[in-house]
Structures are given as structure tokens and as C-alpha cells.
Ligand binder design. Structure first.
Ligand SMILES: Cc1ncc(COP(=O)(O)O)c(C=O)c1O
Length: 407
């Protein structure tokens, strides 16, 4: 173990100088009990601030940034489309690895820009009929709601809202909430895998089973799930699964993935520019015009990095940081942690009763350089911290100490 440890200690110094393959080989032989060493594999803010909001946009390790920079330079040094074309096999392999990561067939996934694009491809792609109903909950993401409201205006669909209180609702109450909103006009159920405010893991397999039992399709918003917790789309049993790869998987910003069940594909008409011959293929979601090709060219490094650590190790670590944070704050009078305190990962949202939580947010930044995100749950303000491998236990402790000092 000491050899492994001494390797990882030297890694931050020598890592950047090594060829990529050697970096990843050496990473694979690491002892994952010492996570502070792993944090050195991420860039540090030159102003010394700490990002406790890696849920919004994600953080990328230096090896990913270097790989992307090298691809970007190669694209600029010659003809971008031709260089991109030369990487098609590697990108295709990355797609296969991503499909395996969520346990679906490669032919049923498409690389897209992000969760928003993936969800819009489905929602704008469905041929809606006047009076069709969609069931969605108050825990779902605002931009999904915005799209539904547009569809409501354009096609006369109805939105049936499940009102959830994740501080109180049991799993059974959540699923029942969906059940009561279903009618014989329901065309689609939408649910979020890991909620964006509480960071709560939702019973998406049970919600999908509910849809299946009634012949209703289910779209899962997995923006916060892939690279964070284990995702098994077959086991969930939904018809559509949308995710961002730049959040918890630490891919370059602007990478996402869409899964569509085979028998649902042909009838979708996404707002992309595809050839009629692609109607039955996931390729129809992929053509979005010219974009930053280097992002998809970097996905192999992203996946190598995660595989070197192991998703299970990572997932356990992310939850452990969140647990450390929750336990460290536990003595604060008036503390409320959002969600059910059981089904969570690397996200924790908190408020303290009797204090100005907006001021707490601002002071964390101004006095300590700690960035957390303000989130409103049922119109009440919480501060959300999200933890990825760029942070150490002692930095989590520093955030606990800062909050404790201020309340
Ligand atoms: C639950 C959820 N869905 C969708 C999105 C949108 O993700 P993106 O901006 O990557 O499209 C987010 C972003 O935070 C989210 O939290």
C-alpha cells in the first residue's frame, strides 16, 4: 500500500508529464482509500476558491482537459471535419462504453449536447394529439416544465402535476402520487432519477413499472445520475432516458446521452436535421450542425479516467462526502436537510431556520471563497452543496466549520 500511496503522492507533480496511457495505467493501480491524492488530479482555482457546486456544471480532471486541449489543437492545425472523421471509430467505441455504463444496447443511444437537448428531442419529437396528458412532478427540472408549457400552447396537451414533498413523502407516497394523476388520456410520465434540489434518488423503477402496467411511456431525466450512481436503464424499465455527461461523469461541458427504447424510435420526429433514411436510427438525434468536435473526441479519456477509479468506488466516495457533511452539521439548531436522509448521493441541500439563508450563501463566498448553490424548494430557500472527487475531507470539514461559525 505504501508504494501505491507514494505513487499517488507524486502523481500531481509527474502526472501531466506522462503520456496519457501511462497516466491511466498508473491510476489503475491506486489505493482508493486516500482520496485527498485524487483531488490533486483536478485543477485548482487560482484565486483559491472552492467549488461546492459541481452538480450544476461538473468538474473535469486535468487529464481530461489536456486531452481535450490536444484534440482542439489538432482540429485547428488541419481540417476539423476531416480530423473529426478520423476519430469516428474511437467515438463509436465511447458510445458503446456509455451504453454499457447504463446497461442498454449501443444501437439505442445517441450522443447529444446535454439532458435538456435529449429531453427536448423526445418531447418535441412525439406526435402529440390535442388532449394528450403528461404526468410530471414538482420535483422535476424547470426547463422540462418550460418545454411542456410550450407543448401545451402548441398542441393542447394537458399537464397533470404530482405535488411532492420530498422532506416527508415515502417511496409509496411518491409512486401513489403519480398513480393518482394518470388517466386514460395519459401519454407520457416524466420523472427525475436524482432530483436537482434535494439530490434525492427517486423510485424510478417503480414509476416506470406503474407506466408499463398502464401502457404509458416513461421518460426519465437522469441529468444527475450517470457517473454519480449506478444506472441500469433496463432494470428501470423506462422508454426514454436522458442524461448529461458533463455533470458527474466529468466529461467536457456540452456532452449528453439519450436512450430510446427500440420500438419507440421510428415514431419520434426530433428537431434535428436528419435524413429520412435515419428515421429508425438513433443517428437522427446526433446531427446538430457543427459543434466543438473535441468534446466527443475526449470521451474515451473521460471513461478511462472513471474506469480507472471504478464507478462503485466513486459513488461510495461521493455519498461518504455528503454523509460527512450532514453529520458534521447535525448539531446546528434549526438545521433542515432537504429530502429523505436515506436515498442520497453527493448532493446535500440545507437551510437553517431563524437565519437569513440567502445571506449565509453570500457570506460563504465573500468570507471563505466557498461556492454553494441557492435552490428554492416549495418557495423556501436552501443552499445546496454537491461534492465530486476534486474535494477533500478537510475541505468538506472547512465548509462545515464555516457554516457552523455563521449560524
Ligand atoms: C434534474 C435536471 N435535469 C436537467 C438539467 C439540465 O441539464 P443540462 O443543463 O446539462 O442540460 C439539470 C441541470 O442541472 C437538472 O438538474
Amino acid at each position: 500500500m505504501s508504494n501505491r500511496r507514494s505513487f499517488i503522492k507524486g502523481l500531481s507533480v509527474t502526472f501531466a508529464g506522462l503520456p496519457l496511457s501511462s497516466q491511466l495505467t498508473r491510476l489503475q493501480s491506486t489505493d482508493w482509500s486516500d482520496w485527498s491524492d485524487i483531488s490533486t488530479l483536478y485543477p485548482q482555482d487560482t484565486a483559491g476558491r472552492l467549488n461546492f457546486n459541481c452538480g450544476s456544471a461538473g468538474v473535469q480532471p486535468t487529464v481530461v482537459l489536456e486531452s481535450m486541449g490536444a484534440h482542439q489543437r489538432a482540429l485547428s492545425a488541419f481540417a476539423p471535419y476531416e480530423i473529426y472523421e478520423q476519430h469516428k471509430d474511437t467515438i463509436d467505441k465511447s458510445k458503446l462504453r456509455l451504453a454499457e455504463l447504463i446497461n442498454v444496447n449501443k444501437e439505442q443511444v445517441a450522443l447529444v449536447r446535454n439532458t435538456t437537448a435529449a429531453i427536448n428531442d423526445v418531447l418535441y419529437g412525439i406526435q402529440w394529439r390535442d388532449g394528450d396528458e403528461v404526468v410530471i412532478s414538482t420535483a422535476d427540472y424547470p426547463s422540462v416544465w418550460n418545454t411542456l408549457k410550450t407543448l401545451q400552447q402548441r398542441y393542447g396537451i394537458r399537464i397533470n402535476t404530482v405535488r411532492l414533498d420530498l422532506n416527508q413523502d415515502s417511496e409509496e407516497a411518491i409512486v401513489n402520487g403519480y398513480r393518482t394523476k394518470i388517466s386514460d388520456k395519459t401519454r407520457l410520465i416524466i420523472a427525475t432519477h436524482v432530483t436537482h434540489r434535494e439530490g434525492q434518488l427517486m423510485p424510478v423503477a417503480l414509476i416506470s413499472a406503474l407506466g408499463k402496467a398502464q401502457g404509458i411511456d416513461v421518460l426519465i431525466d437522469g441529468a444527475h445520475a450517470v457517473g454519480h450512481v449506478e444506472v441500469d436503464v433496463q432494470q428501470i424499465g423506462c422508454q426514454y432516458y436522458a442524461t448529461s455527461l458533463h455533470k458527474w461523469l466529468s466529461a467536457p461541458l456540452g456532452c449528453g446521452l439519450l436512450y430510446v427504447q427500440k420500438d419507440k424510435l421510428a415514431s419520434l420526429y426530433p428537431p434535428t436535421s436528419y435524413a429520412a433514411s435515419q428515421q429508425d436510427l438513433m443517428d437522427k438525434f446526433t446531427w446538430i450542425g457543427t459543434f466543438a468536435f473535441e468534446k466527443w473526441m475526449t470521451l474515451d479519456t473521460v471513461l478511462d479516467f472513471q474506469d480507472s477509479i471504478g464507478l462503485q468506488n466513486k459513488s461510495t466516495r461521493l455519498k461518504a462526502m455528503s454523509t460527512r457533511f450532514r453529520e458534521g452539521l447535525a448539531g446546528i439548531p434549526g438545521l433542515i436537510i432537504a429530502g429523505n436522509q436515506k436515498d442520497y448521493g453527493g448532493i446535500t441541500a440545507l437551510r437553517v431556520e431563524g437565519i437569513n439563508n440567502s445571506k449565509l450563501h453570500n457570506q460563504l463566498m465573500e468570507d471563505y471563497g466557498f461556492h454553494v448553490k441557492k435552490v428554492g424548494i416549495q418557495k423556501v430557500l436552501y443552499n445546496r452543496a454537491s461534492f465530486n472527487l476534486h474535494l477533500t475531507d478537510s475541505q468538506v470539514d472547512d465548509l462545515i466549520a464555516a457554516i457552523s461559525d455563521m449560524v
